[in-house]
Write a protein that binds this ligand. Structure first.
Ligand SMILES: *Cc1c(COP(=O)(O)O)cnc(C)c1O
Length: 399
């Protein structure tokens, strides 16, 4: 089959809820992927940071195959020999006390929302059904009804109401707005440490520290959605470490499995997860032995192969290279670790054209919103590969 045949099949039988670049990938290894015609590309999206460890990492693959040979799913009706070890290793790495395992990122967000509401009623003393959660404009936390209900992106929301009540939206990076929005019924502030899907929006310096203080002072649970920023992407295990804070609840997913399998988790430093009683929440696949074995190895790869330090070092090189691009139509170049973005001015005619040209030159990335290109290669990238990428990006983004 030719590339166009695969595309035709997808378009004929599939729901059109995505608009992918027309490249049909059949193989991946490290930072590289190959299409069905044998063309090789550098992946500068990493499945939205789900393949931080690189495509088809041999150690994670081996762990998955080994576990698949023994046991894959028991449901939580029974215990399994991987879950406790997964908890222990994850808690040690993230300095957490409790874990609740789920599958997708959106499920982790939903789980946190349930837990903080219950905590608000049982511990904080908020009157029944009055809990409020504060979120930020331009957030991205997933695609369920509750989550898109507090999105400010019209495309995500329009036509999907009615929505879950109990959410208040404030501007991102705005301390005063947070102070003003908190009431005696506020149970949590849910925020991304860096807004990924909004276009790698980095808050003002000191923001995380300040929101930590405000949440503590008002007995509001701070929920950091680190599903994209976590697990090494920004040059730290968790992005919260850039300002030396600890969230009450941390959400991780994506790279937790190195791209092999959906695994997400709610991590807690406080009594919040403790309010959940047997039967009040669950997931058939959450915490299954295959997921745990894969995630355990994916975490080991991150630390033992020093991918977090590498993200920091390679991110600096990549960012400096992007900053050298001369084009009046570029509004800003920014990033932290290997979560980088080039934002074009409105008169540039959109970022998609650049992504198409980069694809023709062997580099895959995706525009976010109309004017921003995110560069987020797997964290296994080396210096030579960073320069290889910059050599291709520079001429294309200079025109
Ligand atoms: C991707 C993402 C999610 C949703 O994860 P899914 O696995 O797609 O449900 C939530 N929050 C952030 C910050 C994300 O980047």
């Amino acid at each position: 089959m030719r590339q166009s045949d695969y595309i035709e099949l997808e378009d004929k039988f599939g729901a059109k809820n995505y608009k992918p670049l027309d490249v049909v990938i059949e193989k991946g290894e490290g930072v590289w992927v190959w299409d069905v015609d044998g063309n090789k590309y550098m992946d500068c999206l990493s499945a939205y940071s789900a393949v931080n460890q690189g495509h088809c990492h041999p150690r994670i693959k081996a762990a998955m195959l080994k576990q698949a040979d023994k046991l894959t799913l028991t449901s939580r009706a029974f215990r399994n020999d991987q879950l406790g070890l997964f908890y222990k290793e994850l808690c040690a790495l993230t300095e957490s006390h409790k874990v609740l395992p789920m599958n997708s990122g959106a499920e982790a967000v939903e789980t946190a929302i349930k837990a903080v509401r219950k905590w608000g009623y049982m511990v904080k003393g908020v009157p029944e059904d009055r809990a409020e959660i504060i979120v930020c404009a331009d957030n991205f936390h997933g695609r369920t009804i509750t989550i898109v209900g507090f999105s400010t992106d019209p495309v995500s929301r329009k036509g999907f109401g009615p929505f879950t009540p109990g959410f208040k939206v404030i501007p991102f990076g705005d301390i005063k707005a947070l102070e003003k929005a908190i009431t005696k019924n506020t149970v949590a502030f849910l925020v991304e440490p860096i807004q990924g899907e909004a276009g790698v929006i980095i808050p003002p310096a000191g923001y995380l520290k300040k929101i930590r203080e405000i949440c503590t002072a008002n007995k509001v649970a701070l929920i950091l959605d680190e599903i994209q920023t976590g697990l090494g992407r920004t040059g730290k295990m968790l992005a919260e470490e850039h300002e030396g804070i600890q969230a009450d609840i941390t959400l991780i997913g994506k790279a937790l499995s190195g791209g092999f399998y959906p695994v997400s988790a709610v991590l807690s430093n406080t009594e919040v997860l403790g309010v959940l009683k047997p039967g009040e929440h669950g997931s058939t696949f959450g915490g299954n032995p295959l997921a745990c074995a894969v995630a355990r190895e994916a975490l080991k790869v991150l630390t033992e192969e020093k991918l977090i330090e590498n993200a920091q070092a390679m991110g600096e090189k990549f960012l400096n290279g992007l900053k050298e691009i001369k084009n009046d139509k570029i509004k800003e170049v920014r990033g932290r670790g290997l979560l980088l973005a080039v934002e074009f001015k409105l008169n540039a005619g959109g970022a998609r054209q650049y992504c198409e040209k980069l694809k023709e030159n062997g580099l895959l990335c995706k525009e976010t919103h109309d004017n921003i290109i995110r560069f987020a290669p797997p964290l296994v990238i080396n210096s030579k590969q960073v320069y290889w990428a910059l050599e291709r990006i520079n001429p294309i983004l200079s025109t």
